[in-house]
Design a protein around this ligand. Structure first.
Ligand code: ZN
Length: 152
């Protein structure tokens, strides 16, 4: 596994829409493992394809330490309620802000074996899933954040 370079805000790659994965190849599996390594090394709880320069619909999320999700073509099926908590992003270092997210989401995705899976999340997991799926559509948390704070 390898550590990948994380692209920062200002790079146009982060503003593009990612394409679905049509076939779960060894290359995609390696990418997902490398993304998990990269996320761990950066002490983050989520990372999306565009953040490592790959415009494919792949994300990794680890809201609870030791329980990572490696997801292909994630899609929100249901969402209810709202939460408004502080979040940040590995592509926007040193900035934090509050973003309104659903309190609960149900997400369908393919796992590394190409099997369809469903995850339901609340709290940080729901927020991280929405944040990472936003990346696949070229959206950054700062687009919708209030009370933005930066730290140099
Ligand atoms: Zn992010």
């Amino acid at each position: 596994m390898a550590k990948l370079k994380i692209i920062k805000i200002g790079d146009d790659t982060l503003r593009q829409k990612s394409r679905p994965v049509t076939e779960v190849t060894p290359r995609i599996r390696t990418l997902l493992d490398d993304m998990l390594d990269t996320m761990h090394a950066a002490d983050g709880c989520g990372l999306a394809g565009p953040q490592v320069g790959v415009l494919r619909r792949v994300i990794v999320v680890e809201a609870e330490s030791g329980h990572p999700y490696q997801m292909i073509n994630p899609e929100i099926l249901e969402q209810t309620g709202t939460q408004n908590e502080v979040e940040g992003c590995l592509s926007v270092p040193g900035e934090w802000g509050k973003v309104v997210r659903p309190a609960y989401v149900k997400v369908r995705y393919l796992d590394k074996d190409g099997q369809e899976q469903i995850v339901e999340g609340t709290g940080l997991l729901a927020r991280a899933l929405c944040h990472e799926i936003d990346h696949l559509n070229g959206i950054l948390f700062v687009d919708n954040a209030t009370e933005l704070e930066s730290e140099s």
